[in-house]
Each structure stands twice: as C-alpha cells, then as structure tokens.
Design a protein around this ligand. Structure first.
Ligand code: C5P
Length: 227
C-alpha cells in the first residue's frame, strides 16, 4: 500500500473553493487530483495552488491525441510536481510510448485509462463490438506491452489487473464506504475492500469533498485503510 493511497479529487471550478478544500486536507496524508473540471476552469494556477500547499498531484487530464502532440503537451509541464498523469490506452501503442517517454522526462508516472466506467455495455458494443471484459483485457494487454507505470480501473477490475499487470500501479475511483441511493457511481466498493484487492491509490471525491465536515470524512476513510 502506498503511504498516501487516498487521492482527493479537486473537482472544484474556481481557486477560492479549491483553497478552502486544500486547507482542510493534510499533504502528508493524501495526494490531490487535478482533472478536467478544475484544469479547464483555472489552468496551471490550479497546479500551482496545490503544489504551493505541499500536495503531490495526480494530473488526470487523460491525454489522447497524435503521439507528437501528446509528447509536447506532457513535456510542457516540466518543473511541476506532477507525480502521476493519465492518458487513454485507446490512443494506441505509438501514442502510449510517446506519453510514457515524455512523462518520465518530467519525472511523472504515466497511467493508462482503460475503459471509462461510465460506459454501458451497449455503448461499448456500439463503438468496439466487444463486451466490457474483453475490451478491458485488451487494454491491459496493451498497457503491459508498452510498459505503462499503471492503470486506472474500476475496483471490480482489480483482480484482472493484478493478474495481468502485477508490477503496475492500480488506481481506482468509485469508492464508497456508505451507500447513497442518489449516487451516480453505481459499481462501487469500500476503501478497505479496494485496498485489500490490490489498489495502490483510491480516487475519492464527493464522499470527502461534499461532506459536512471534510477533515472528519477524510479521517474516517483514512482510518478504515491505515488503521
Ligand atoms: O465524487 P467521486 O468520488 O465519484 O469522484 C471520483 C473521481 O474519480 C472524479 O474526479 C471522477 O472524474 C473520477 N473518475 C471516475 N471514474 C472513472 C475515472 C475517473 O469516477 N472511470
């Protein structure tokens, strides 16, 4: 298990709200995710804010373009304290190799997104003519072939990921310690279960960020996995 296995998703849309959130988190106990919500709203200032507050960053921007564009985009983040960044495995072998090489130039680990957990099997079939399990297996094979540093996957794919990608980091969203009938995350798992199944990092948003007491909600989840 990683020391900072919880990654809190900063899905905020302005720097003020982001700062309020960061003030209630401890950079010694968690990393933070800067993804498309915050990055599209505030750009690199969001990375600066998190970094200046002492947090390590999971830059979940899901790069997906031609190899040269992905490589140049990633290299432009040299100097930022980005520990992990994401790219879509469906971008193909050449793009993944370019992303991996560029990530290492900026001292980040390159993490492949397999299949978005929001995709239904009907949607997946309409695009790829394959079922979820087959497609996820293909994506993991490609991640292994290229030597990606890790994958983002549903907690329900951790067993397959551990078998196929023993050395790679496994990062999983969809974590819920308490069920909520109005939640949009459906195939959830508790933090403790996901870590027991081999997850290295858990990306957790609303169970922490929308809680009435953010520090308390974080502490409860942290204790459930670290004791
Ligand atoms: O609020 P919640 O815990 O559902 O947030 C989960 C975070 O993980 C969000 O930032 C979401 O974008 C991200 N994520 C996800 N499912 C994926 C990939 C990323 O929920 N397949």
């Amino acid at each position: 298990m990683q020391n900072k296995s919880i990654i809190v998703a900063l899905d905020t849309t302005n720097l003020g709200d982001t700062k309020l959130l960061l003030d209630q988190l401890d950079p010694a106990k968690c990393m933070v995710k800067v993804g498309s919500v915050l990055f599209n709203a505030e750009g690199r200032a969001a990375l600066d804010l998190a970094a200046n507050a002492g947090f390590e960053i999971f830059f979940d921007i899901k790069f997906h373009d031609i190899p040269n564009t992905v490589e140049q985009s990633i290299r432009s983040f040299k100097g930022y304290p980005i520990q992990l960044l994401t790219t879509h495995i469906s971008g193909g072998k050449s793009m993944l190799k370019a992303a991996l090489e560029a990530a290492h130039v900026i001292d980040a680990k390159c993490i492949g997104v397999s299949v978005l957990t929001s995709m239904s099997s009907e949607e997946m079939h309409a695009i790829y003519q394959q079922d979820t399990q087959t497609l996820v297996t293909r994506m993991f094979e490609l991640a292994e072939h290229v030597g990606l540093d890790g994958v983002v996957c549903s907690p329900h794919e951790l067993v397959t990921a551990n078998t196929m990608l023993a050395q790679a980091l496994k990062i999983t969203p969809g974590i819920r310690n308490h069920t909520n009938p109005s939640d949009d995350q459906t195939r959830t798992m508790s933090a403790h279960e996901a870590i027991a199944l081999g997850a290295d990092y858990l990306v957790i948003g609303r169970p922490i960020t929308a809680a009435p007491n953010i520090a308390e909600a974080f502490a409860e989840i942290y204790t459930s996995i670290h004791g």
